[in-house]
Design a binder for this molecule. Structure first.
Ligand SMILES: C[S@@+](CC[C@H](N)C(=O)[O-])C[C@H]1O[C@@H](n2cnc3c(N)ncnc32)[C@H](O)[C@@H]1O
Length: 260
């Protein structure tokens, strides 16, 4: 099977950035607006269970949006003005929902590409409605977080960005797929307000070193020597749980945007 088919994007054939190690599925995944270019995520076509589809039908129109080109008006979407925090790669929403409950004064947006994960997040949000802390401060953006940061988030508008257990892409030929590259640090830092905080956790030792080096090299970021505007507490997700079970060390890294 040919492994270097041209990629169609908006009618143009794009030969750029081809990776002969990618599957055809991965290459095709770059061809539409929701899942573009060389990405930090795998193309997964998970279908929804009936309960997940029901939750999607009920809650997505209110709580979710697809990535787009227009600047996001978060205050209007949330119906209030509050510090804005993004969680990138929220998976099934374990951390996002727990953190939204723990920080009701924050407007939190979870960004994820995987539809079943988003559906589970919607289900988790619904389950909080019978608790003492029903979640009303969490929204979901579906699509590539890099696209979201580039097009939908204004410079110096975020109080926090969280990236918990990003895919490590351990093979050297896949390192270019890693989400946390120097250019992503620059992008994230540009979207943080002065004093805003980037919080990263990973259980992958080599990726941790790579992340630390890139984060420390970003001139807009520094150690947080002021009172952080967001909590650094983090609920244990299933990825972290698995890491604990095999005895992996969890690296926790926190930077602040200069100018606080
Ligand atoms: C290893 S999982 C971790 C999920 C969750 N943070 C946790 O700790 O359980 C990484 C997640 O990031 C998502 N992801 C990877 N790259 C992304 C991107 N560029 N934009 C949005 N989500 C992304 C993947 O779909 C996947 O669900």
């Amino acid at each position: 099977m040919p492994r270097t088919l041209p990629i169609r994007d908006n009618g143009r054939v794009n030969h750029a950035d081809q990776d002969t190690t990618d599957t055809l599925d991965e290459q095709q995944s770059r061809g539409n607006r929701l899942y573009p270019r060389v990405t930090s995520f795998r193309s997964r076509r998970g279908s929804l269970t009936d309960p997940q589809q029901d939750a999607w039908d009920r809650r997505w129109p209110e709580l979710g949006r697809d990535v787009g080109d227009d600047l996001l008006d978060a205050d209007t979407w949330f119906g209030r003005s509050a510090p804005l925090v993004l969680e990138i790669g929220s998976g099934t929403g374990t951390a996002a929902v727990a953190m939204a409950q723990a920080e009701p004064h924050i407007n939190l947006i979870a960004i994820e590409v995987y539809r079943p994960g988003i559906a589970q997040t919607l289900q988790r949000i619904e389950r909080t409605s019978d608790t003492d802390a029903p979640v009303s401060n969490l929204r979901i953006l579906r699509g590539d977080a890099v696209e979201v940061l580039e097009h939908m988030i204004a410079p110096e508008s975020l109080t926090g960005v969280r990236v918990f257990f990003p895919d490590p892409w351990p093979k050297a030929r896949h390192h270019k797929r890693r989400l946390l590259q120097p250019k992503t640090f620059t992008l994230i830092a540009s979207r943080l307000k002065p004093g805003g905080v980037l919080h990263v956790a990973t259980d992958h030792a080599e990726y941790a070193e790579w992340i630390l080096e890139a984060g420390n090299a970003e001139p807009q970021l520094t150690d947080v020597t002021w009172e952080s505007p967001v909590s650094h507490e983090r609920p244990v997700t299933k990825f972290e749980d698995k890491a604990h079970q095999v005895g992996s060390h969890i690296a926790e890294m926190i930077w602040g945007k200069i100018g606080a």
